[in-house]
Design a protein around this ligand. Structure first.
Ligand SMILES: Nc1ncnc2c1ncn2[C@@H]1O[C@H](COP(=O)(O)OP(=O)(O)OP(=O)(O)O)[C@@H](O)[C@H]1O
Length: 281
């Protein structure tokens, strides 16, 4: 496989002020619904500040895995740790964003973002976050008058205002048109670089995964069967032949036509400890 334009390690571009992203370790994870095994012996590691995309056919367990990392559900076996500690220890460091923005329609945009913030500067912080996603001029409007893409920008601001160290993205661009998606890729990548959080993105769009992620993980048959490093310099160009080659390679694997190379082995063990933490957006 062609691998050109080697990128720098994820954190080298970051501002020294950015909080460090959390390291994630998933070990021997098993999730079953009734008789249905969804995940079995799933193992992977995510380095602080790394951007991971998870792909796989519909129903393979991507959202289930993210919900387990978000402690919205618990597993039958295995462990998930953040910086070697339980999920409960980092409940305030993790935020999740979904395909629908889930804004409260009776609150203005800025008040949706300020929800859950405390202190006299809550509104100022909410306005700053809104400005970071390019919507400062829509602060006092109702969510209903925004476009789908704008609503997702608000959802992103609502997550970022809490300065997460791990951002979980469950197909956040799935309902947007192709042009808006590409604009959002640029925005997400810029904010990831500036804020320094670790990011885990679920997507059906292999091109999106290759555009954004340091690594793409494939789930099939309850396991991780591919863990592919995307060693392309950022910002990435879809017109680049190396981009197209990587996209094709991952897509062929998703379609169950293995390429010639062997998937990466699962990575090393770190201390375990499973705990729950409160969900909030
Ligand atoms: N609460 C639940 N109860 C029972 N089965 C569930 C539950 N949640 C998910 N499942 C099942 O687990 C499997 C994995 O679902 P999941 O939503 O994680 O897949 P996915 O890869 O995210 O799919 P998609 O790409 O279509 O969103 C599916 O077979 C689904 O029906």
């Amino acid at each position: 496989m062609a691998r050109t334009e080697l990128s720098a390690p994820p954190l080298q571009h970051r501002s020294p002020k950015a909080p460090q992203g959390l390291a994630l370790s998933v070990r021997e994870l098993r999730k079953v619904y009734g008789e249905r095994v969804v995940l079995d012996d799933v193992n992977f590691e995510v380095a602080p500040g790394e951007f991971i995309a998870i792909v796989g056919r519909s129903g393979c367990g991507k959202s289930t895995l993210l919900r387990l990392v978000a402690a919205l559900e618990s597993a039958q076996a295995g462990s998930i740790t953040l910086d070697g500690e339980s999920l409960a220890s980092h409940r305030d460091d993790v935020r999740i964003m979904f395909q629908d923005a889930r804004l409260l329609p009776w609150k203005r945009v800025v008040d949706n973002i300020a929800l859950g913030l405390e202190g006299p500067d809550a509104k100022t912080r909410a306005l700053e976050a809104l400005s970071q996603v390019g919507l400062a001029d829509r602060a006092h409007e109702w969510p209903a008058v925004l476009s789908g893409g704008q609503r997702q920008r608000v959802a992103l601001a609502r997550a970022l205002v809490h300065r997460p160290r791990l951002l979980l993205l469950d197909e956040p661009l799935g309902a947007l048109d192709a042009l808006t998606r590409i604009e959002m890729h640029g925005l997400i990548e810029r904010l990831w670089k500036e804020h320094g959080f670790t990011a885990i993105l679920i997507t059906h769009d292999v091109s999106e995964a290759v555009a954004l992620a340091d690594r793409v993980i494939l789930i099939e048959d309850h396991h991780i069967t591919l863990d592919e490093t995307i060693a392309l310099a950022r910002p990435r160009s879809r017109g680049n032949p190396s981009f197209a080659a990587l996209e094709e390679r991952v897509l062929l694997r998703v379609l169950q036509q293995p390429a010639n190379e062997t998937p990466h082995e699962p990575q090393t063990h770190v201390p375990s400890g499973f705990g729950g933490w409160r969900f909030s957006t």
